[in-house]
Design a protein around this ligand. Structure first.
Ligand SMILES: Nc1ncnc2c1ncn2[C@@H]1O[C@H](COP(=O)(O)OP(=O)(O)OP(=O)(O)O)[C@@H](O)[C@H]1O
Length: 269
């Protein structure tokens, strides 16, 4: 299935049943989650809460199971053991590939997500314009995907994810394919949008500086199997810059730990 089709299927399934139960104190909870593919154990005994409105980055070496973990939280796959609870219903998803439908305009891509959410037709255009404004693309409603730069496509993809109105946003290396300057700008935008919308974010990356630049909490996964190796609370005020001294200092510390994990994993092979 293409990423676009996967995103659509996911959006179709993403509407929580209304509930009168009291809100739990987390946007996502993973308890003793393990995942194997055949004989290969990828994730082992993961315990993680994402608090409502929290921004968590999940960091780890290539192949350690970050995307696997995100897919489990998204409900695209099931854990081999353990429990995952996402009380606000299916989360919104954003990938490295924009997953926009190329035959639709930017605005129509967003309106489709609004339609799948159940928003009446009469309200979709205005809401799509509002979301385009939120990602600073006001006026791009009629643009086709091929007319947009990589950074603009990711802005539209972000607007489309926000159109689902989910309480949890899952992001899998959404800026990895962008040049450093565009990425920097999108970091700023994402930080602003997160503060404005109060959405909870679980953001996967293998870029340590990006993890520290964005997050309130950085969670480091070990490799083979992926376990939570360590966590850091990042207390520096936002907006941060990737070149800030405190961001750089903590990044050095985390990189050291990540290198240790990679060395340890190498010895086990
Ligand atoms: N559906 C699948 N079937 C079999 N193996 C899989 C499947 N999905 C992932 N894997 C394996 O699980 C391991 C973890 O993959 P995953 O994509 O989660 O890692 P990652 O940390 O996101 O890597 P990267 O940073 O390179 O994207 C890899 O060895 C991968 O080959």
């Amino acid at each position: 299935m293409t990423t676009a089709a996967l995103a659509e299927q996911h959006a179709r399934q993403s509407h929580p049943a209304p509930s009168s139960l009291p809100e739990p104190g987390y946007a996502a909870r993973l308890a003793h989650v393990s995942k194997s593919f055949g004989p290969q154990q990828i994730l082992d005994d993961i315990g993680l809460d994402v608090a409502p409105g929290e921004f968590v980055t999940l960091l780890g070496a290539s192949g350690c199971g970050k995307s696997t973990l995100l897919n489990l939280v998204a409900g695209l796959d099931r854990p081999s053991a353990g429990e995952i609870d996402v009380p606000g219903g299916r989360p919104a998803l954003m990938f490295q590939e924009h997953a926009l439908f190329p035959w639709l305009t930017a605005g129509r891509n967003i309106e489709l997500a609004l339609k799948l959410r159940g928003l009446p037709k009469s309200e979709r255009r205005e809401e799509a314009e509002r979301l385009l404004g939120l990602v600073r693309l006001r006026g791009a409603h009629r643009k086709r995907v091929h007319e947009l730069s990589g950074g603009m496509r990711q802005r539209v993809a972000l607007a489309r994810a926000l159109a689902q109105d989910s309480r949890l946003l899952l992001m899998d290396e959404p800026f990895a394919a962008l040049d450093a300057i565009t990425r920097d700008v999108l970091h700023e935008e994402l930080t602003r949008i997160w503060a404005e919308t109060k959405v909870s974010v679980l953001f996967v990356t293998h870029n340590v500086r990006e993890a520290v630049r964005l997050a309130q909490r950085v969670v480091l996964l070990s490799s083979r199997p992926g376990r939570i190796a360590r966590e850091w609370e990042v207390g520096f005020p936002q907006p941060r810059r990737i070149e800030d001294t405190d961001v750089a200092g903590l990044s050095v510390e985390i990189t050291e730990q990540l290198r240790g994990e990679i060395r340890r994993h190498g010895r086990h092979d």
